[in-house]
Design a protein around this ligand. Structure first.
Ligand code: CO
Length: 215
């Protein structure tokens, strides 16, 4: 109860296995990190960022919260993006949602779960914005899937609207913002076809992605 021994056992086995493959791995990583990717994903325990894309420690900077939301005034998320872009100089920012997201479903159903409802208001903003499109879908499952996608689309837009990313683009620092959705049922990623590398591209790609077509 107090010590979670099995997790420490797992940890020593994991560290031993990595060291067996590359004796200098931890030594080299301890002096610096130079990840090329920033992952912004859901806190859901079934969507472990590094694992599903096969990246090792040191290869991806990660920020996760309930329903992978990027809020303009969230100092936590903004600080992660700023550090990743300005200091680590990541090339790619990936917003990855997932089908079957409980946070998105709660926003869709207007569930009452407590404090988290306030956070999920941001997903409800996405829902209200696209209510006409969601109304055209016949089942809740279809609406849920689509809202998971639309939530990613709007969070990609929010990333691309940050002063951090705008400033990087204005000084010609290459940063691409991607929108992906992960499938819990098959373990596969789906690219929403929304790669944004400039303010001009944002306008075109956001319109297409909101309508559900790849630009
Ligand atoms: Co989720």
């Amino acid at each position: 109860m107090r010590f979670l021994r099995h997790l420490f056992q797992n940890n020593s086995a994991w560290a031993a296995e990595i060291t067996r493959k590359d004796p200098d791995f931890f030594n080299a990583l301890s002096s610096q990190q130079a990840p090329a990717h920033l992952w912004i994903g859901c806190s859901d325990s079934r969507v472990p960022a590094n694992e599903i894309v096969g990246l090792l420690p040191g290869e991806m900077f990660v920020h996760r919260n309930v329903a992978n939301v990027v809020v303009h005034g969230d100092l936590n998320c903004l600080s992660v993006i700023q550090y990743a872009v300005d200091v680590l100089r990541v090339r790619h920012i990936i917003v990855c949602g997932h089908y079957g997201c409980g946070g998105v479903l709660s926003a869709l159903r207007d569930d009452k779960l407590g404090l988290v409802d306030n956070w999920l208001r941001h997903v409800q903003d996405v829902r209200w914005k696209h209510q006409d499109q969601l109304d055209e879908l016949h089942t809740e499952a279809e609406q849920h899937d689509r809202l998971c996608e639309l939530n990613v689309v709007e969070q990609v837009v929010n990333v691309a609207q940050t002063t951090v990313v705008r400033d990087a683009w204005s000084r010609n620092q290459p940063v691409a913002v991607h929108g992906w959705v992960y499938g819990l049922r098959d373990g596969l990623l789906r690219d929403l076809g929304m790669v944004i590398t400039s303010p001009e591209e944002l306008l075109v790609k956001a319109k297409a992605a909101r309508e559900g077509v790849s630009a």
